[in-house]
Design a protein around this ligand. Structure first.
Ligand code: URP
Ligand code: ZN
Ligand code: ZN
Ligand code: ZN
Length: 475
């Protein structure tokens, strides 16, 4: 059935205007001031913004990590994402050395198929480069529509790849039209610092942060940037946490390198002191890279404001405090890294960013949706409100005040990293391809209704309207 969203204020990355939105067959079919089709269900968005659905470029659902598996899977994770105004995610598909890439991708399809309630795509981890991998990559792009590769520069003896692997991945990505993503921390130095700390009897959560200082992130970010420049390729640095890394990205961009940076809500509002909470509670705040000294938050906000960082990912990677985080009770290196963020990404950026005047409303849409769609081959099908685009819509009330809490969140974990934080603004209703998934703050979706997204190559935007492929250089 057609839907007509009336009385809302449409906000995109570039415009704000009052108009009605007509939805037919899952796409936006009309935008106008006096639309009144006879057979449409009318949805009243009075007092609300009508935003393009959020796109989360960084999730780890149902992922084995740190001797356990992330608690939220494609069911609970995507339901929580939808409550938070996210209508598409791109999850990291892990690979194993010596195993065909196809096997890993099939594993990820099995995890997500029949469960996801919002649309989803995959990034592919590259842990080694050899003839088999190079032979398989074209299929990964053409058949699976996976057009972004992830290289870990940290997690020694687990995920970490060497510089040759990173460099050859950058070269291959350039040829094939993919974007290379890096987890930028110097894994070798961290490995030494952690072993030394443990030998000195330093086992508490705070040593997680003290053994991964900002210099190791800055160094790896600068190294990755230089290699991307040398390869004349394209690079996206995930979860930027500190001034040292922002500086390296800014320098590289100033030289004209094709480099992009993402930060996450936790780095914008939490700081290193959280790791010192008593009774092992600091374990809830163990991320890699770690939370930083508070002054870094101003640097990150400023980087988002000035465009030195362009996107916000959640890095959703959730573990229960009881039974998972406590694996590291006597040894901080055994605390599973990561936290539950998928639900609160938009609300935190809106409340702390827009409501407090650090960024404007259009930047908010760009950072959480439009830019991500452009970088990861989803634009203009996703990431904007335009005729012909998928009707992925968030009806967002900017004035609601509420408190983030594990008591009310929809993630499957036993704590909320932002417990007690007051935020302004909330997604009231959320539609994916024209169907309500959240309606008046209630889940009304269907498991398995989320569609797998085959994504276009880097900077190849497909205009569905005219059924033609156009290449646009995003600014
Ligand atoms: O601590 C984190 N970030 N956990 C998720 C895995 C990763 O490195 O992104
Ligand atoms: Zn319908
Ligand atoms: Zn990472
Ligand atoms: Zn991550």
């Amino acid at each position: 059935m057609k839907k007509l969203i009336k009385n809302g204020i449409i906000v995109t990355a570039s415009d704000t205007y009052k108009a009605d939105l007509l939805i037919e067959n899952g796409v936006i079919s009309g935008i106008g001031t006096n639309l009144s089709p006879a057979d449409a269900e009318v949805v009243d968005a009075k007092g609300c913004y009508v935003l393009p659905g959020g796109i989360d470029p960084h999730t780890h659902l149902d992922m084995p990590f740190g001797g356990t598996v992330t608690k939220d899977d494609f069911e609970t994770g995507t339901i929580a994402a939808a409550f938070g105004g996210t209508t598409s995610i791109i999850d990291f598909c892990l690979t194993n050395k010596g195993e065909p890439l196809k096997t890993a991708i099939e594993t990820w399809h099995k995890k997500s198929n029949g469960k996801a309630v919002i649309d989803y795509g995959f990034h592919l981890m590259i842990g080694e480069i050899n003839e088999n991998v190079l032979n398989e990559l074209p299929q990964v792009i053409e058949e699976e529509g996976i057009t972004s590769f992830k290289v870990f520069m940290a997690y020694k003896n687990v995920f970490q790849a060497d510089d040759e692997t990173l460099f050859r991945t950058l070269l291959a990505a350039k040829d094939l039209g993919a974007l290379v993503m890096v987890h930028a921390e110097n894994g070798d130095v961290i490995d030494f610092l952690t072993k030394r700390a443990l030998a000195e009897g330093k086992t508490e959560p705070i040593y997680h942060a003290l053994t991964r200082p900002p210099e190791v992130e800055g160094e790896a970010t600068g190294r990755a940037a230089q290699l991307a420049g040398l390869a004349d390729s394209q690079l996206y640095v995930v979860h930027v946490s500190c001034a040292e890394a922002v500086e390296k990205i800014s320098e590289a961009r100033a030289k004209g390198f094709d480099i992009w940076g993402e930060t996450c809500p936790q780095y914008l509002v939490l700081d290193e002191s959280y790791l010192e909470k008593p009774d092992f509670e600091g374990a809830k705040y163990v991320w890699s890279p770690p939370l930083r000294e508070k002054w870094n938050q101003d640097v990150l906000w400023n980087a988002l404001k000035t465009g030195q960082l362009q996107t916000l990912g959640s890095d959703q990677c959730s573990f229960d405090f009881q039974g998972q985080k406590d694996l590291g009770k006597d040894d901080f290196t055994k605390i599973p890294n990561g936290g539950p963020i998928i639900e609160d990404r938009l609300s935190i950026l809106f409340s702390e960013g827009v409501s407090k005047g650090r960024i404007d409303l259009h930047q908010f849409v760009d950072i959480t949706s439009t830019r991500i769609a452009k970088l990861f081959g989803l634009y203009p099908q996703k990431g904007t409100i335009a005729v012909g685009a998928d009707a992925d819509i968030v009806i967002f009330d900017p004035l609601i005040e509420r408190t983030l809490s594990a008591k009310t969140h929809h993630m499957a974990v036993d704590y909320n990293a932002f417990e007690g934080m007051k935020v302004t603004g909330e997604p009231v209703s959320v539609l994916v391809r024209g169907e309500f998934v959240i309606r008046d703050k209630k889940f009304v979706g269907n498991l398995g209704s989320g569609k797998y997204l085959k994504r276009a190559k880097y900077k190849q935007y497909t205009c569905k309207n005219q059924n033609e492929t156009v290449s646009i250089q995003p600014s």
